[in-house]
Ligand binder design. Structure first.
Ligand code: IMP
Ligand code: MG
Length: 170
């Protein structure tokens, strides 16, 4: 779907878009790992503001609600926060994590996703910064996984339905 070069070019632009909105000041990046790990690592190098970085561990089950497996241990009260995830799908994960972040009284909260699967939303949610809008296909690579596989691919590709067999990977 996207080559390594296409991702790199878009991540660079996103860095500039973020910079244009946040100005020169310090802000705090919160990343939802593991999916957003590569995106966050590349995006943070395109932003030359002073930033603080922390992560949320999230585990998405195929059914049911997203689970937070490690929580935030940084004080974000009164701070400007940029919350990063790999992909916006039903909207449940980012809605849940945004709610947790908001409870900690940040000065502002903005969200950034590399991919936005439009037309899949179950909870209404618009991210402030979006890398690419994509159709409803299961994608892997550049941090995105299927059963923890394929995260290390430098590009993003559609996973063939014949490879989407969880029991074979268990
Ligand atoms: P949501 O809570 O349904 O918006 O889903 C967001 C999470 O589901 C992301 O953080 C991903 O971990 C995972 N996810 C959704 N779609 C895909 C996909 O196409 N490939 C890999 N992971 C996905
Ligand atoms: Mg995820």
């Amino acid at each position: 779907m996207f080559t390594e070069d296409q991702i790199k070019a878009r991540v660079r632009e996103l860095g500039q878009e973020i910079r244009a909105v946040f100005g020169d000041g310090e802000f705090t990046i919160i990343s939802i790992i593991n999916g957003a790990v590569m995106f966050t690592a590349d995006l943070m190098r395109e932003i030359d503001n002073p930033v603080r970085i922390r992560s949320y561990g999230e585990q998405t089950k195929s059914v049911g609600a997203p689970q937070i497996v490690s929580s935030l241990t940084i004080d974000i009260k009164g701070r400007h926060v940029l919350l990063i995830d790999d992909i916006l799908d039903t909207g449940k994960t980012i809605t849940l994590v945004s709610g947790l972040v908001r409870k900690l009284n940040p000065a502002s909260l903005r969200t950034c996703v590399l991919l936005d699967k439009i037309g899949r939303r179950e909870v209404p949610f618009d991210a402030d910064f979006v890398g690419f809008k994509i159709p409803d296909k299961f994608v892997v690579g550049y941090g995105l996984d299927f059963a923890e596989r394929y995260r290390n691919l430098p590009c993003i590709g559609v996973l063939s339905p014949r490879l989407q067999n969880p029991t074979a990977w268990a």
